[in-house]
Design a protein around this ligand. Structure first.
Ligand code: FES
Length: 111
């Protein structure tokens, strides 16, 4: 099981949960009541599953594909470590993954 830390948009609330290897971050977030719509359910047709990944964790993720980059361009409150939660699959390498919900004025990259 992989420990994941969800940080609220304003940074005031942190929820720690565990997910199974291979589980999509979007599914884990929704199962624990995080405010990610994921309207297209991973069909790469929306950007409502956008999360902001902690800078240290961003480096551990496989790179985003062109399709994901294009969708991120449409998302609101995008930062340089933004990713789509439907494209992130949990693994041991992502232990302690920390992601923030977009929309707050504070972020983890100091931008
Ligand atoms: S759920 Fe639509 S792109 Fe991720």
């Amino acid at each position: 099981m992989t420990l994941v830390r969800f940080v609220s948009a304003d940074g005031s609330h942190i929820q720690e949960v565990r997910g199974s290897p291979g589980e999509r971050l979007l599914d884990l977030a929704q199962a624990h009541g995080q405010p990610l719509e994921g309207t297209c359910e991973g069909q790469m047709a929306c950007s409502t599953c956008h999360v902001i990944v902690a800078a240290a964790d961003f480096e551990k993720l496989p790179g985003a594909g062109e399709e994901e980059e294009d969708l991120l361009d449409l998302a609101r409150h995008v930062t340089r470590t933004s990713r789509l939660a439907c494209q992130i699959h949990l693994s041991e390498a992502l232990e302690n993954l920390t992601v923030r919900m977009p929309g707050g004025s504070h972020n983890m990259q100091g931008r």
